[in-house]
Design a protein around this ligand. Structure first.
Ligand code: NAD
Length: 697
């Protein structure tokens, strides 16, 4: 089937893009457009040509299926196609409705004329993938909307409504009603009035103070761009549009800059993240058309730290929530916190009074399990204790209607055991939110041995509805994220034993790009949480080695921010972590007690050991099938644990370092320490030997 349809309406040829879902600029669509264009050019009966997409989308830009494949550059590639269209001898009109992004907008700039609906959304979002528009966007757009607007659009990448550019040369008309009817009428006008056919490239940019503005923009963007080179390159490309002696010279700048950016690890990381997010939404054995259940009322058990945040997710999405506690006091406190959170947003002007009322109106508190009978999904967020989970799930099994999905927010406990507390393990699933649950994007969806496909499809759908990034995990201690963090923490703990201080470890990791060092993170989450988990693991997995230092702090009640002391000191009402000489002294005593002679440890060693610990455990998780793919590990770490975005996650980072090098380093650590911890995962060894990557096929 052709990716376009060609039709004649009077003497106007209409090329309609027909390549669902988003008219991505694939090889097929590009070829089809060109074939239709040639046909229209050759037909003497044709006096004008209209290019149009569907009502929802003109074109979403590059075809993501072609990402990284030679097909993306196969002729006619986008710049070639645009070059041919822009030299059309017959009036060429782009009629834009719905989304018009990236390569789609660049294609539209090849036309002599453009009309758009006011609500059409236009964008050049390439910067979000660490790139810049590579088919003339940086050179043509400033010619139509000026340097300031073009810089904004290109360096930020956000969509804006076409109506904003009414009256600029970008759109000859901004129309209401049927776009095709308007386009045909416009074509007729152009022909009858014999309007001159002006190419965008021939338009001169009028902007007297461009240097001043562009320098200012560069300074602004530099601070925001962090390690990413693309936003600055975008501004330089716009600058080239103004200063180049010819259009070709500007195009060469754009082409070279695009090629340079394409090769940067930062762009590779962003493209990886883009693809990883899409990949994570697919479960191999659960087809897209798997039936799902309706979720109209959600129950939440426990109105503590997590329960309140979890409830807010559903309230925000317009779904009714019943929240259950054991005592009125705890219930009032939990609901009070939810109210206070919304009041804060209301005060900042980010929530209307009407929305505030609606959200609070959807929330009901209860102490009685019978009030959960009409819920379609119940999420448990009570204490992390198997006995308590048993009580709750047995009770839920009694009161919840058939078909109700029973979910646990447990961070580490065996979900299969939890499922067996009910007579319907197929309806039990893990929904592991991250704290604060109303803010953090990540949702680990834990698939139990008996969780049904229908339940999985439903929770994936509801996860999307509450705007989470969902990653599926199998059942294991800690699932994907916390199992890896356990390894990372153990490695950081051994660095303290050997001679580092918490602040040295944190600084080194933060310099690497982690949003927060491990010890500051522990102080924020609460040292007692890790302690609770370790105490269970000392019994269940006695072979696992932990530094005993964390326990020493906990025994003194040093749980971090909430107690004013942890690895660091905290002043009342402040979050700054202050290095504590008392901790340093405690560490010295601890080492003496253990007979350890401390040594100087370099920042490089800290980063290598901590990050490689993450990589090794991540690879084991993939190898065991707990995660379906390496990119899922990266999604978890980027969205839930503050791994630096520009490094693309631990798995991509391993590939960037070189898997062979990673495997060799791990083996050398293993040989030096005799510690099984460092034996490289089979997956790493095999892939490295085959010259393959973790994130590649
Ligand atoms: P929390 O102590 O803040 O809240 C637990 C709440 O559950 C309390 O308000 C308590 O009164 C209530 N509760 C206890 N038993 C109950 C019962 N039988 N019926 C009704 N209510 C009951 O704990 P939290 O930090 O919100 O953690 C809850 C769960 O979420 C745990 O399984 C934990 O592992 C998990 N989790 C916590 C975090 C985190 O960062 N805090 C992150 C992810 C997952």
């Amino acid at each position: 089937m052709s990716s376009t349809t060609y039709a004649l309406s009077g003497s106007t040829a209409v090329i309609t893009f027909n390549s669902p879902p988003v008219n991505g600029m694939s090889y097929e669509l590009r070829s089809s457009i060109l074939a239709d264009f040639d046909k229209a050019t050759a037909d003497p009966a044709v006096s004008a040509i209209v290019m149009i997409g569907s009502e929802k989308v003109f074109s979403g830009g590059a075809d993501i299926k072609e990402f990284g494949s030679p097909k993306a550059f196969a002729e006619p590639n986008l710049p070639t196609l645009i070059g041919i269209l822009e030299n059309s001898k017959k009036p060429l009109i782009a009629a834009i409705g719905g989304t018009c992004m990236g390569g789609g907008l660049e294609l539209a700039l090849s036309a002599h004329f453009r009309i758009a609906t006011a609500t059409a959304q236009i964008a050049l979002p390439e910067v979000k993938l660490g790139l810049l528009p590579g088919a003339g966007g940086t050179q043509r757009l400033p010619r139509l909307i000026g340097v300031e607007y073009a810089t904004n659009l290109i360096a930020k990448g956000d969509p804006v409504p076409a109506g904003l550019f009414q009256g600029t040369p970008l759109f000859d008309e901004v129309v209401q009603g049927d776009l095709l009817v308007a386009a045909l009428a416009f074509a007729e006008k152009v022909v009858t009035e014999k309007r001159p056919l002006k190419r965008v490239r021939d338009t001169r940019i009028k902007y007297p103070n461009h240097e001043l503005f562009l320098n200012w923009a560069k300074t602004m963007v530099k601070g925001m761009a962090g390690p990413f080179p693309a936003p600055i390159k975008c501004i330089e490309a716009v600058s080239a549009a103004v200063t180049s002696k010819s259009f070709e010279e500007g195009m060469k700048f754009e082409r070279d800059a695009f090629a340079q950016l394409m090769m940067t690890s930062e762009s590779r990381a962003l493209r990886h993240l883009f693809m990883a997010e899409r990949a994570a939404s697919k479960i191999a054995d659960i087809p897209d058309d798997t039936p799902t259940r309706k979720i109209e009322r959600v129950g939440v058990i426990g109105a503590g730290t997590m329960g309140g945040g979890i409830a807010m997710n559903f309230l925000n999405a317009g779904i009714a929530v019943t929240i259950l506690e054991m005592k009125q006091e705890a219930l009032d406190k939990g609901i009070g916190i939810i109210r206070k959170n919304y009041e804060g947003t209301l005060k900042k002007g980010k929530l209307t009074q009407d929305k505030f009322d609606k959200r609070m109106g959807l929330l009901t508190g209860t102490l009685d399990y019978a009030n959960l009978a009409s819920c379609d999904l119940v999420i448990e967020a009570v204490f992390e204790d198997m006995g308590v989970k048993q009580q709750v799930f047995s009770k839920l099994d009694e009161v919840c209607k058939p078909g109700c999905i029973l979910a646990s927010n447990t961070s580490t406990l065996d979900l299969n055991k939890v499922a067996e507390f009910t007579k319907r393990p197929e309806d039990v699933v893990g929904l592991h939110f991250f704290s604060p649950a109303n803010v953090m994007k990540l949702l680990e969806i834990v698939r139990g041995a008996k969780t049904s496909k229908e339940v999985m499809a439903t929770v994936m759908q509801i996860g999307k509805k509450i705007k989470k990034i969902c990653v599926v995990s199998g059942v294991c201690d800690g699932f994907i994220g916390n199992r890896m963090v356990d390894h990372y923490g153990r490695m950081a703990g051994s660095l303290l034993d050997e001679g580092a201080t918490p602040w040295q470890v944190d600084k080194a990791l933060e310099k690497f790009g982690m949003v927060m060092g491990i010890f500051r993170m522990s102080d924020l989450a609460g040292g007692d949480i890790g302690w609770h988990i370790r105490k269970r693991r000392y019994i269940e997995a006695p072979e696992v080695k932990y530094s005993g230092f964390a326990d020493k702090l906990c025994e003194l009640g040093r749980f971090g921010q909430k107690t004013g002391k942890g690895y660091y000191l905290y002043q009342e009402g402040r979050r700054d972590a202050i290095p504590d000489p008392e901790v340093e002294k405690m560490l010295e005593d601890y080492r003496k007690e253990k007979g350890i002679v401390p040594r100087k440890i370099s920042d490089e060693e800290i980063v290598e050991r901590c990050i490689f610990a993450l990589i090794n455990e991540g690879a084991r998780i993939v190898e065991e099938g707990i995660a379906a793919r390496a990119s899922d590990i990266d999604m978890v770490y980027l969205t839930g644990y503050g791994f630096p975005m520009h490094r693309g996650g631990p798995m991509l980072y391993a590939d960037e370092v070189g898997l062979y090098t990673v495997a060799r380093r791990m083996q050398s650590f293993a040989d030096a320490t005799g510690d099984k911890f460092w034996e490289p995962a089979k997956l790493i060894v095999e892939r490295a030997a085959a010259g393959k990557q973790l994130t590649g096929k």
